[in-house]
Write a protein that binds this ligand. Structure first.
Ligand code: SF4
Length: 745
């Protein structure tokens, strides 16, 4: 059976453009859904070519087990799962529960992220779980939580940007990372803060080009000018914020001339930026990874929030502050409990009330829940050490390419007693594994994703997974059962997981309890918080009664098979299944919260907090041995570690290999010619990439995209400096030297 078309969303970034899939696997076609306001009929090249991911020639179709000869060889599911469960029991028995660790991903559906956190804490009993979203969103999350009491990337719909007059983009390059967003920026004058003259910067009314690692000084200087130029919105600051005086004390000495000296941004440009923002009737300040991936990323975002607060933007209709979350489920993935310090609903793992609530939903004593564990890099760094985990399960991540100090991380992975990777292709991390489990992906699975604007979206299966492939939920359930858990506690149907997730998030910061598959399938636009009932009261929709998944006809899937392991259908999530959570007893369901802060911020007193932060240099600054800044980032035709996009022929053709962008004068200085192979070396390692001479990068900086494997891994030169608050690695600044590679051009 098959449906002609399925409405779903792009497999890649957090914009989550709406798409329509049609046809069978071999001729699968995608087109943008015309009526979804976020992409408004647009897709980027990655979205248009997404069906190519499903046709990856090296798709994993059977579990792989490393044999005594060292080779990964095909195995049956029973053998592979029994092996994994047996080794996990053995390692746990010998070294304790924390000897087993879990590493998740910001691209996992909400259901999978939730199940992974529950699996780690209940089935494994380990505190050692974190995920690659730590490398993307943690600085922005830490700063937003401190300032506003709540972290929702964009606390307003993307379409609010349509009417903005001025948008400041600090370290964000949507022209390459999420091009359809530019549809919402057509009206605005853009102020772009970026060491590179990116495609976004090329469209800007004003481009501020600070030295890498100096965004914080620039933000302090912009706040200084806001005050000294008489542009402070005092009425707003008095009415809606606290902490201004302490924040001002930190930036009072950041005179524009000093800021110019530290950042390289001319005084006139600083002044122009502030005047543009202050003079706009509607303005937004948005940050991206460029401002966030630093050892002071949280403080840098806080300084840009300070600027926005001083100008009276957050929580004002038509204006605001936000962050452009990167990974597909970067928002939902950070709310569902796969983070080291977090329980579902954005609850804190150290909050007794939060622990009690989640433990109740899970049917265990709160004491059974482990405490917080190591952050992502610290977890990877500890693998195979005396006091660190001896086994690691990886879902939806490829840290061999995406983690900082990549060679070291690969060596830590190799030191493990057991590495298990669930993926759909043999990623660079899977290549090191003892057991590889082939799992379904994107158009083969049901679930929900939460976009960068906090809107919960339905991912719908269009194809049946290939024979031999299982879903992540099925894998988790199978392992949990083998580890002694009750099968009912780990449902494999996404809808059932979502129903439980609603109960687990009820009353939390990220409250999904009023959201149901039915409401989403009916086309409602639901942004969290969306509590059950009109005003947060339980409407009976989150108690699990009536959660009879799969009762309706399934019009989307080409065909669906019973799970070979559990008998659970992976789909049966058709638009008319079930009837829960949609306002029973005559109550009007909560409409969701597209704009979070219009009336009050989420702190108990309703006020936003200024942060008293000061500038400090990055962990590494250029010196005689390493005279340049090395920075990393993205290109239009690739995504994250490239595990998906490097398998799509059109994207490979568009961006076939890593390049090192270098100013022509700098290239000459170091004896390099355009097109030549170069080595970029830091104290941590060497990256080989082809020289692209361009005046779009500062003369003191080289740029390497991080999507490529092997010797071209940009993260071979990144280090292990972490933000003390967010534990974000400093991807954006390394001290490097550049030399011609052996072998020449
Ligand atoms: Fe849209 Fe992002 Fe997909 Fe491009 S990659 S189509 S911007 S969701």
């Amino acid at each position: 059976m098959e449906s002609a078309e399925s409405a779903t969303h792009c497999p890649y970034c957090a914009l989550q453009c709406a798409t329509v899939l049609s046809g069978r696997r071999a001729e699968l076609a995608v087109r943008p859904a015309p009526d979804f306001p976020v992409n408004a009929g647009g897709l980027c090249q990655k979205g248009w070519t997404a069906p190519g991911v499903l046709r990856a020639p090296d798709r994993l179709l059977t579990p792989l087990v490393r044999r005594p000869d060292g080779e990964l060889a095909p195995a049956g599911w029973e053998e592979a799962l029994d092996l994994v469960a047996g080794r996990l029991r053995e390692i746990r028995g010998r070294h304790g529960a924390d000897a087993v660790a879990v590493f998740g991903g910001g691209g996992l559906t909400n259901e999978k992220a939730y199940a992974l956190g529950k699996f780690a804490r209940l089935a494994l009993g380990t505190s050692q779980i974190d995920y690659n979203g730590r490398f993307c969103m943690s600085s922005a999350a830490a700063a937003a939580t401190a300032a506003f009491g709540l972290d929702r990337g964009l606390p307003f719909p993307v379409t609010d940007l349509d009417e903005s007059d001025v948008v400041l983009l600090a370290g964000a390059n949507p022209a390459e990372t999420m091009p359809p967003l530019l549809r919402h920026l057509r009206r605005a004058d853009l102020v772009v803060v970026d060491p590179r003259r990116t495609r976004t910067a090329q469209q800007a009314a004003l481009h501020l080009q600070p030295a890498p690692g100096t965004d914080l000084a620039l933000a302090l200087g912009l706040l200084h000018l806001t005050v000294t130029e008489g542009l402070l919105d005092k009425e707003y600051v008095d009415a809606r914020t606290t902490g201004f005086d302490a924040a001002w004390e930190q930036c009072v000495a950041w005179w524009p001339e000093r800021v110019e000296q530290v950042t390289g941004v001319p005084v006139a440009d600083q002044r122009a930026a502030v005047r543009m923002l202050a003079g706009a009737a509607r303005a937004h300040v948005l940050t991206g990874r460029g401002a966030e991936q630093h050892s002071k990323g949280a403080d840098t975002v806080a300084a840009f929030i300070n600027l926005a607060l001083a100008l009276g933007l957050p929580g004002r209709a038509g204006s605001g502050f936000g962050t452009l979350t990167g990974q597909g489920n970067g928002q939902g993935g950070r709310e569902m409990g796969q983070k080291a310090d977090q329980l579902p609903g954005y609850r804190s793992l150290t909050d007794p009330a939060a622990r009690a609530h989640v433990a109740r939903v899970w049917g265990v004593e709160a004491e059974r829940l482990p405490g917080p564990g190591r952050s992502a890099y610290e977890l990877l760094d500890a693998l195979g050490t005396e006091s660190g985990p001896r086994a690691l399960l990886v879902f939806g991540s490829n840290p061999v390419v995406s983690a900082p100090r990549a060679a070291h991380v690969a060596s830590r992975l190799s030191a493990l007693d057991l590495l298990v990777v669930a993926d759909f292709v043999p990623s660079e991390t899977a290549a090191l594994a003892d057991v590889v489990l082939p799992v379904a992906q994107w158009a083969e699975e049901e679930g929900t994703m939460t976009s960068l604007e906090g809107r919960v979206l339905r991912r719908r299966a269009h194809l049946r997974p290939p024979p031999g492939v299982r879903t992540d939920l099925e894998v988790l359930r199978s392992l949990a059962v083998r580890l002694g858990q009750d099968a009912d506690r780990f449902p494999a149907r996404p809808r059932e997981v979502f129903e439980e997730l609603r109960r687990a998030t009820a009353g939390g910061v990220a409250d999904y309890s009023g959201i149901s598959y039915e409401r989403l399938d009916a086309g409602e636009a639901l942004h969290w918080p969306c509590p059950a009932g009109e005003d947060g009261a339980d409407d009976g929709g989150v108690d699990g009664r009536g959660a009879e998944a799969g009762s309706g006809p399934d019009t989307n899937a080409e065909d669906r098979a019973a799970s070979p392991d559990t008998g659970a259908e992976s789909g049966a999530d058709g638009p008319d299944a079930g009837a829960q959570g949609t306002g029973r007893r005559g109550r009007r369901p909560h409409p969701g919260t597209p704009r979070v802060f219009l009336d009050r911020f989420a702190h108990p007193d309703g006020r936003a907090r200024f942060a008293a932060v000061d500038h400090r240099p990055p962990a590494e600054v250029p010196d005689a041995a390493f005279p340049l800044y090395g920075t990393t980032g993205r290109v239009l035709a690739q995504y994250q570690s490239g595990a998906q996009t490097r398998r799509v022929p059109e994207l490979v053709a568009a961006a076939p290999e890593a390049v090192v962008e270098i100013h022509p004068d700098t290239a000459r200085r170091f004896g390099l010619a355009d097109g030549q192979l170069a080595e970029v070396t830091s104290a941590h390692g060497t990256v080989r990439a082809r020289v692209r001479a361009t005046r779009d990068v500062r003369a003191d900086t080289v740029f390497v995209p991080f999507h490529y494997p092997g010797a071209a891994r940009a993260n071979l030169f990144t280090g292990d400096a972490l933000d003390p608050r967010s534990r974000m690695p400093e991807f954006k600044v390394s001290a490097v030297r550049v030399t011609p590679a052996d072998g020449g051009p």
